[in-house]
Design a protein around this ligand. Structure first.
Ligand code: ADP
Ligand code: 5GP
Length: 204
């Protein structure tokens, strides 16, 4: 028997390094799946449709809402972002472990909806000055959008109190190792593996 899937919700201020950290985590952790969100924002130079996001139009986003196709969605930084129901539900049914990289409001909604199977991890920058430097270094947004992201990050940081884990992304490798350990550690929890005990006892 396979244990049911775990939902890992990853949040953190824009520019903290969530995407960078997760790319490394996915190289190291087996059987982990990324829930590709939908957004109406334009893709960045290095982003691929269907991999980083489902990049859709405003009208397509409206349609997804009308069809009840989103588990949750928010408007943030002048764009809309939403967790696609079919992505998550299918993976949970298949007993897969899924990563949702979503902001703090979406994270608290998912936690409320799915409760026990959600593990939340907050990726924090080492300082607000370093966060600003990273946002500027990434140079993926114009000045006003970058400023909006930075200003929102103070509120985002305060939400960290409600997460199960906080990992500071100072040295990238250290941060990746900690996130990998959290994921693997959660997988070993008895509450997700009760079936193993009988299986071992019954094994010939
Ligand atoms: P987020 O997904 O949280 O918005 P990104 O992964 O896009 O953040 O990272 C923002 C910027 O910071 C990128 O330019 C990335 O290369 C850089 N970065 C990420 N992690 C680190 C780190 N540990 N040390 C220095 N720079 C980092
Ligand atoms: P970005 O534009 O930097 O890719 O993302 C902006 C913010 O939206 C990030 O905090 C990211 O985690 C969040 N985000 C991405 N997808 C979703 C989603 O499906 N739902 C919610 N609530 N937030 C999302």
């Amino acid at each position: 028997m396979q244990r049911k899937g775990i939902l890992y919700v990853i949040s953190g201020p824009s520019g903290a390094g969530k995407g960078t950290v997760l790319a490394e985590v996915f190289k190291k952790v087996k059987d982990l799946h990324f829930s590709v969100s939908a957004t109406n924002r334009a893709p960045r130079a290095n982003e691929i449709d269907g991999v980083n996001y489902h990049f859709i139009t405003d009208e397509q986003f409206d349609k997804l809402i009308e069809e009840d196709g989103l588990l949750e969605y928010v408007s943030k930084y002048g764009n809309r972002y939403g967790t696609v129901k079919s992505e998550v539900e299918k993976m949970i049914e298949e007993c897969k472990d899924v990563v949702l990289e979503i902001e703090t409001t979406g994270a608290s909604n998912v936690k409320r909806m799915l409760k026990k199977r959600v593990v939340s991890i907050f990726i924090a920058p080492p300082s607000m000055a370093e966060l600003r430097a990273r946002l500027e270094g990434r140079a993926s947004e114009g000045n006003s959008n970058r400023e909006l992201r930075f200003n929102t990050s103070i509120h985002e940081m305060m939400c960290a109190y409600y997460y199960d884990y906080i990992v500071v992304n100072d040295n990238l490798n250290d941060c990746v190792e900690k996130v990998v350990n959290i994921i693997e550690g959660e997988r070993c929890k008895v509450k997700y593996n009760r079936h193993l005990i009988k299986e071992i006892l019954n094994k010939k």
